[in-house]
Design a protein around this ligand. Structure first.
Ligand code: ZN
Ligand code: ZN
Length: 536
């Protein structure tokens, strides 16, 4: 009896010391999914129409961080993708918007366009910090592999980081999945083979009809309404959308406005996993997938539309297909998946006012003209305003210096003037954002989004429900309120238990959470923290 006990003790001790020497394991594959413009409420709004294997599986078997916000402005695609993968807000990672006014160049520049050579080329050159995908590559001397995929270049490039093995987006001129010279001389054979299948033309050869009988779309308003935009050649914003007629000559652009572009993205991602043998090389690999059509469809039709509902029902099927594929090919508990969004979106302002809820539109061009007139009246002739874009005012610094005026005084006057405009709630100047510390509210969000080298002189904050939009139909996003800020964050798979939490989470907490799970370094500009609920 005694001998047996000792023997068992010896066995367990030797096992214990053996176990301690084992490096903590990592999943075979991390799958990062960003659904462009997905509002948090879409998880539950369409619940009864989702299947068991898509969103509902992630919620029923995974972990739901129910109170996840961006925690910075602007709430736009590039800033969202960069913040998620760098764990840093725009002020630190440098991706302050999709494009911004570049003072040296005297014009707007695209966040992922490198203009240091002619012709310019796509790269993550403007992202000032590492991503979680970079840190994975750096952690094992570049053995882990990273591939980024999305319709939009910025949504593929920023998540994939500076060290990606592959990065692909759908070129609208050629209808092909392409990469760029930053990543490779030419795309691998499997990409050419995939492109040769002509999926874009195939998807556009049939009309877009609703997945379910249209009378079942009771979560959305009537299909024919005045709040939705029109596709080229259409006279009403209604199903069926005649894709062969809409798409003539301009195919990939037309496909982007359908849920089938998400299906194509998913199928291309699956092909990348198979062909590149991701998750099958004995190290932890990482694939970033961004579904961009949800954003383009959302802009045209807005969240209350049948089109948006149908897009999410079809995305749910794509997710089910992708999860089943991962479970079969990588193994049920061998991959770590997270799903989030880069921003939400407002309901259509005209729809809101039709229900007596305050809302409206502001227009940058109108603001620019009226501000220019105001400054001419105060300071005399001259081009005082360089640009007004995505809620930022860029003043003409040369003009102000030539006239030997105090820039801070003018910024203050401009901010005061802004708050007199309809639909503007408040405005922050550079001086305010660099000389005070805002713990919460719009000031906190503006401060986290503020980068001294790249941001404007004055940041405009709209009133709730008001948005920057040239048209009265569809929607937009970018601001400080919950409809733009509150996004889903679901975790599923490797080491993820079932549950939910209402703790405050910022999207900048996603990258350090993955770093803590994988036992690798946080991205180098990271300000986020691992989410405690996932480690309990
Ligand atoms: Zn977006
Ligand atoms: Zn958008």
């Amino acid at each position: 009896m005694k001998k047996q006990t000792l023997f068992i003790l010896f066995l367990s001790l030797s096992f214990f010391s053996f176990a301690q020497k084992q490096k903590p394991s990592q999943p075979k594959l991390v799958v990062g999914i960003v659904v462009d413009q997905m509002r948090y409420d879409y998880l539950y709004k369409y619940w009864e129409k989702y299947g068991d294997g898509g969103f509902r599986k992630l919620l029923n078997k995974g972990f739901n961080c129910k109170n996840t916000t961006l925690d910075y402005i602007p709430a736009v695609t590039a800033a969202g993708h960069a913040a998620i993968y760098t764990g840093a807000p725009p002020g630190v990672n440098g991706i302050i918007s999709n494009d911004w006014y570049v003072r040296k160049a005297g014009r707007r520049g695209n966040c992922v366009l490198d203009t240091s050579e002619t012709p310019a080329f796509f790269s993550p050159c403007n992202m000032l910090t590492t991503t979680i995908t970079d840190e994975l590559r750096l952690s094992d001397n570049l053995k882990s592999r990273v591939i980024g995929i999305a319709l939009k270049e910025r949504a593929a490039i920023l998540p994939a980081g500076h060290l990606a093995n592959g990065c692909y987006w759908l070129d609208q001129k050629t209808n092909k999945w392409v990469s760029g010279k930053y990543y490779m001389k030419e795309v691998p054979k499997w990409v050419n083979d995939f492109n040769a299948q002509q999926y874009v033309s195939k998807y556009l050869s049939k009309p877009w009809t609703t997945l379910l009988p249209i009378e079942q779309y009771t979560e959305s308003i009537a299909d024919d309404n005045e709040f939705e935009g029109l596709q080229p050649g259409e006279t009403k914003p209604v199903f069926p959308h005649n894709l062969p007629a809409i798409s003539k000559g301009d195919t990939a652009a037309a496909l982007r406005l359908t849920p089938f572009a998400n299906t194509l993205t998913k199928d291309f991602a699956k092909e990348a996993i198979v062909q590149e043998k991701l998750g099958m090389g004995g190290v932890c690999d990482f694939i970033t997938i961004s579904f961009s059509s949800t954003d383009l469809i959302g802009h045209l039709y807005a969240p209350q539309s049948v089109e948006v509902e149908d897009t999410y029902l079809r995305l749910d099927k794509d997710l089910e297909n992708l999860i089943n594929f991962l479970e079969k090919n990588i193994g049920k508990n061998n991959f770590l998946l997270f799903l989030t969004a880069d921003h939400g979106a407002a309901l259509n302002p005209s729809y809101m006012t039709s229900k007596n809820i305050p809302a409206g539109y502001v227009h940058s061009a109108v603001i620019k003209d009226s501000l220019q007139n105001f400054l001419v009246n105060v300071y005399g002739k001259g081009d005082w305003v360089a640009d007004v874009y995505t809620d930022q005012v860029y003043l003409n610094h040369e003009q102000i210096e030539t006239k030997r005026l105090n820039i801070y005084n003018i910024q203050r006057q401009v901010a005061d003037y802004m708050t007199r405009l309809t639909g503007v709630q408040t405005a922050f100047t550079t001086y305010m954002l660099t000389n005070s510390s805002y713990e919460s509210g719009a000031g906190h969000l503006a401060q986290r989004g503020y980068n001294p080298q790249r941001s404007g002189d004055v940041i405009i904050i709209q009133e709730p429900g008001w948005l920057e939009n040239a048209k009265k139909t569809g929607t937009n996003h970018g601001g400080v309120y919950s409809y733009d800020q509150h996004v889903p964050l679901l975790w599923y798979g490797w080491n993820i238990k079932n549950g939910s939490s209402v703790e405050d989470v910022s999207v900048t907490d996603i990258a350090p959470t993955i770093a803590a799970m994988l036992n690798i370094s946080f991205p180098n500009g990271c300000t986020g923290k691992p989410i405690p609920a996932l480690f309990k």
